[in-house]
Design a protein around this ligand. Structure first.
Ligand code: APR
Length: 251
């Protein structure tokens, strides 16, 4: 059967699965935002980790050893996120959620706010929010110091105790927010259909959600132009981009 026909039938089957599903979970990764101009992490040459050392820029040790270098790098990424706009994939999910309230839940590894800006409700963020900051160390003052009062340096610091502000994202070696992870695992076990969009499936525990869903009886579909570490968990891999494939499935 010609490839084009196979692809058409795969999309058709996925459309039917979306139409028939009562509870859909979308697990999204950096590929979801790449057509909005936000680089992924592991794509060859273009990926952030192909150009920068993740341990130097995305770990507590890296931040402590050179706070300004890390803060400036995040400032650049924050500017990129603010300048980006949701793509057709983000918009298709948000419109579907509005048309079928309670049917679609998004769980994202992304630290940008493009799902939210597209209008998707109640997005579960597993890896934090790049546009927010928090204290590096727990504040020991009797009345916890307000991050908004930090001295606007690079990075900003507390005038009381010298504590530094850091991006409110999950760095390598750090725990995910427990409430978000527990909720995500519960939803993965209960869904009828999980769509895994734009992730290499290399970072756990987020990547483990696909197997949780499959083991609980859900259909697992992948949207990714390239092979990923989760292909073996999926019933079907749709080889296309988020902005091209999601409107076909959800509109
Ligand atoms: N549409 C869909 N998928 C795409 C697109 C696109 N337009 N462009 C690239 N991809 C796919 C790539 O083929 C790759 O499999 O998106 C995936 C991106 O993988 P990564 O860069 O590894 O990003 P992600 O899986 O989200 O990384 C997980 O690692 O660095 C940490 O905390 C960071 O949340 C991140 C986690």
């Amino acid at each position: 059967m010609p490839l084009r026909e196979q692809a058409r039938l795969a999309i058709q089957a996925a459309q039917e699965a979306v139409a028939a599903a009562g509870r859909i979970v979308v697990l999204s990764g950096a590929g979801m935002s790449s057509e909005s101009g936000i680089p992924t992490f592991r794509d060859a040459q273009t990926g952030l980790w192909a150009r920068f050392d993740p341990m130097q820029l995305a770990s507590t040790e890296g931040f402590r050893s050179d706070p300004r270098l890390v803060w400036d790098w995040y400032a650049e990424r924050r500017a990129g996120v603010r300048a980006a706009v949701p793509n057709a994939g983000h918009l298709a999910l948000a419109r579907f959620a509005a048309a079928r309230p309670g049917c679609l839940q998004i769980i994202t590894q992304n630290v940008d706010d493009l799902h939210q800006r597209a209008g998707s409700p109640d997005v579960i963020r597993l890896h934090g929010d790049i546009l927010q900051s928090r204290w590096l160390d727990p504040c020991r003052a009797p009345e916890p110091c307000d991050p908004a009062t930090a001295e606007p340096e690079r990075p900003p610091h507390c005038t009381q105790c010298g504590n530094l502000l850091r991006p409110a994202v999950v760095w390598f070696g750090e725990q995910l927010p427990p409430d978000a992870l527990t909720r995500a695992e519960g939803l993965a076990r209960q869904c009828d259909l999980m769509l895994v969009v734009g992730t290499s499936g290399t970072v756990y525990p987020a990547a483990g959600l696909a197997s949780l869903a499959r083991d609980a009886g859900a259909m697992v579909l992948i949207v990714n132009p390239h092979a990923s570490d989760l292909d073996a968990v999926a019933h079907q891999c749709l080889r296309g981009t988020a902005a091209a494939v999601l409107p076909l499935l959800f509109e």
